[in-house]
Design a protein around this ligand. Structure first.
Ligand code: MGP
Length: 292
């Protein structure tokens, strides 16, 4: 298995801690109120085989904080009903017909829903079967979004949001992009970008995670990685701007591994930049960007 840096081991551990907490709750499910049940903790512990100790015969799955769906498009999927998929063993399912999907119809036409998953094990199973970004054709995209949210500005969860993104020249980053995408996905499913869900503040109003999805795009001369957020600061919402900036800083420093002060822009490269989807729709005219 790929060696993970500390912050991603932390994301994995967070997912596992959540799973173990759920297992503890379910242990007494058959017990009547007031009844005392004897539990052989040692036997129970001996019976737990995780994917880390038993890669092929594990018997527990570690649930993620939320289910996620992988989407894909490439020149090969355009205008085809049965496109070539990047995951040979995963059958594709149709895009659910929601009002958002109808509004985004043209845009969603070529984007294929690959598979949904809700556990650490299923994530690794999927990851081990898909073509990495460095091997994708030009003009392809992977979209990993929370289940129920389509990768379109038009979705209710995205329409007031925006994205952090970075563009990286292909030649210099071909050997890096697969790890960068893996770490971006792990930060998303481990909820480390905007840890409101996992920090014990989940009961507070507006405690929903800001993150709706992450994208990797291959273009003829560069890769682009993006993090989509539910909200985008407009005017003087200092708290929201700070929260969005925390996402961008985590992306640049912990996920991509750059020092905070490093300047990245150059030929075919951008800084880590935030743009609201409304500004993206206007194709950047008079756009207000945040830069980390
Ligand atoms: P893109 O693929 O995100 O940008 O959007 P890129 O890589 O700069 O452009 P490309 O031509 O190299 O692919 C490209 C275009 O797709 C945008 O200018 C929009 O016209 C359209 N588009 C992108 N997104 C994310 C959406 C969306 O969510 N909804 C709709 N309706 N159109 C979109």
């Amino acid at each position: 298995m790929t060696a993970l840096p500390a912050s991603f081991q932390h994301a994995n551990k967070a997912a596992i801690a959540a799973a173990l907490a759920e297992n503890t709750e379910s242990i007494g499910a058959d017990v009547e109120p007031g009844e005392i049940q004897e539990v052989d903790m040692q036997a129970q512990a001996d019976d737990i085989r995780t994917v880390f100790s038993h890669p092929t015969s594990f018997n527990v799955k570690h649930p993620l904080y939320s289910p996620w769906t992988l989407w894909f498009d490439s020149p090969a999927t355009k205008g085809r009903n049965l496109p070539q998929t990047p995951v040979s063993s995963f059958p594709q399912t149709p895009v659910p017909q929601t009002p958002s999907a109808a509004a985004a119809q043209g845009w969603m036409e070529d984007i294929k829903r690959v598979v949904s998953f809700d556990s650490v094990e299923e994530f690794w199973g999927l990851y081990n079967h898909i073509v990495p970004p460095s091997q994708l054709p030009q003009k392809a995209n992977y979209y990993l979004f929370k289940e129920g949210i389509i990768p379109a500005w038009e979705d209710e969860a995205n329409k007031n949001g925006g994205k952090w993104s970075i563009q990286l020249p292909k030649e210099k980053n071909r050997s890096q992009v697969d790890k960068m995408w893996l770490y971006t996905m792990l930060a998303a499913i481990g909820e480390t970008f905007d840890p409101h869900l996992t920090s014990g503040e989940a009961s507070e109003p507006n405690s929903q995670s800001l993150i709706t999805g992450v994208i990797v795009s291959t273009r003829p001369q560069f890769y682009r990685l993006s993090i989509w957020t539910r909200l985008a600061p407009s005017g003087d919402e200092d708290k929201l701007r700070e929260r969005i900036e925390t996402v961008g800083r985590h992306f640049k420093i912990n996920v991509l591994g750059y020092p905070e002060t490093q300047k990245l822009a150059g030929p075919l490269a951008t800084e880590v930049e935030f743009l609201s989807h409304k500004d993206s729709e206007k194709k950047g005219k008079a756009a207000k960007k945040l830069v980390i």
